[in-house]
Design a protein around this ligand. Structure first.
Ligand code: HEC
Ligand code: HEC
Ligand code: HEC
Ligand code: HEC
Ligand code: HEC
Length: 207
């Protein structure tokens, strides 16, 4: 073989290796985005109490790239103070026994106490400002599924069956605003359903 011919083959070999590596990257990338697509974690903002708006371009970009930061709530609502004061979850999340949505209380409900309690504190002044403008607090969603997974979740049968809130949401008496402390994956749901002889056919949870 002439040396130029050998040189050509060497370049060809390098080109094939580089090409194969690029292809591998592409395939892995596709695989990852199929499992965890750019929209796979954008939550379902079905409930009117939650706002779908991103506060900043940065937040929208993070969302696009599937980075689920802990949401920043407009008011530092302290779960632990209210729970320590003896307020039950169901007082505020009244839907939990009734249907699919646990619900978030309206600003009017908060003001039944905060017209008087701690009214000079900065966070309560923010709350009062929303109330005065006739607006609800634009709480950001913490839990929830992306629309494409078509998950059907209903609180009521779980509460009836005695499943504790903490099993799916962690210990709120230690949290300020709610933190996504439990990852509610399909495996998590199905494992408990198997243990409690609850239904596990696909249509139980997907519509
Ligand atoms: C049943 C009465 C009650 C209701 C209803 C209530 N709170 Fe409170 N809240 C309290 C009490 C009591 C405290 C503790 C006040 C203190 O320590 O001075 C408190 C404290 C707070 C604080 C901390 C204030 C600070 O900086 O010290 C915030 C913020 C707050 N509540 C927001 C809310 C919001 C938002 C709602 C509605 C979702 C709400 N609260 C509903 C009774 C209530
Ligand atoms: C078996 C797991 C499970 C249990 C138990 C559970 N939750 Fe949930 N919760 C979820 C899931 C899943 C979502 C998201 C639902 C969705 O996006 O459709 C959710 C959403 C919520 C929300 C957001 C508002 C809404 O309705 O989407 C609140 C508030 C809430 N849960 C409170 C509670 C409280 C309070 C309890 C206990 C009385 C409780 N949860 C028990 C799984 C659970
Ligand atoms: C005084 C009213 C109040 C009480 C009592 C209360 N919460 Fe909340 N909860 C709220 C408010 C307001 C929010 C929205 C801010 C946030 O995400 O923390 C919220 C948010 C949540 C969320 C996140 C919802 C989502 O997906 O965006 C969960 C889960 C939750 N609460 C569970 C509980 C549990 C469990 C208890 C009882 C141990 C409880 N809460 C008691 C007012 C309350
Ligand atoms: C800690 C245990 C546990 C976890 C976790 C759990 N479930 Fe359940 N689930 C139950 C029990 C128990 C029942 C009640 C079955 C009954 O009523 O006989 C139930 C019932 C249901 C039902 C109603 C079924 C029917 O037709 O009666 C749906 C839908 C459901 N779960 C969806 C989910 C989804 C989605 C998740 C995950 C986000 C989940 N569950 C996580 C224990 C659990
Ligand atoms: C007990 C509830 C439950 C049952 C039963 C269940 N799933 Fe799921 N599944 C879920 C939840 C919850 C998610 C969403 C997880 C998330 O978004 O992180 C999910 C996600 C999925 C996804 C991914 C969807 C996406 O786009 O992200 C597929 C596919 C899927 N399930 C198929 C099935 C099939 C097929 C069956 C029956 C063999 C089944 N599931 C049974 C709860 C369940």
């Amino acid at each position: 073989m002439s040396s130029s011919r050998r040189g050509f083959y060497r370049w060809l070999r390098i080109a094939v290796i580089v090409g194969a590596a690029a292809l591998a990257c592409f395939v892995v990338q596709r695989q990852l985005s199929a499992e965890n697509g750019p929209f796979s974690d954008i939550p379902d903002y079905g409930s009117a109490v939650f706002t779908p708006a991103h506060r900043s371009i940065g937040e929208a970009v993070e969302d696009f790239f599937d980075y689920r930061a802990q949401p920043t709530q407009p008011i530092q609502f302290p779960h632990k103070i209210h729970i320590a004061n003896g307020l039950q979850c169901v007082i505020c999340h009244a839907g939990v026994n009734q249907g699919p949505d646990a619900r978030i209380p309206s600003v009017k409900f908060c003001m039944t106490c905060h017209r008087v309690i701690a009214k000079d504190k900065p966070e309560i002044k923010k709350l009062t400002a929303y109330f005065d403008q006739g607006q609800d607090v634009p709480w950001q969603r913490v839990y929830g599924f992306n629309l494409e997974s078509h998950v059907l979740f209903n609180h009521a049968p779980h509460i009836r069956a005695g499943v504790q809130c903490a099993q799916c949401h962690g210990d709120l008496s230690k949290q300020i605003t709610a933190v996504r402390s439990v990852n509610l994956t399909m495996g998590f749901c199905v494992e408990c359903h198997q243990q409690h002889a609850a239904p596990t056919d696909c249509v139980t949870c997907h519509y």
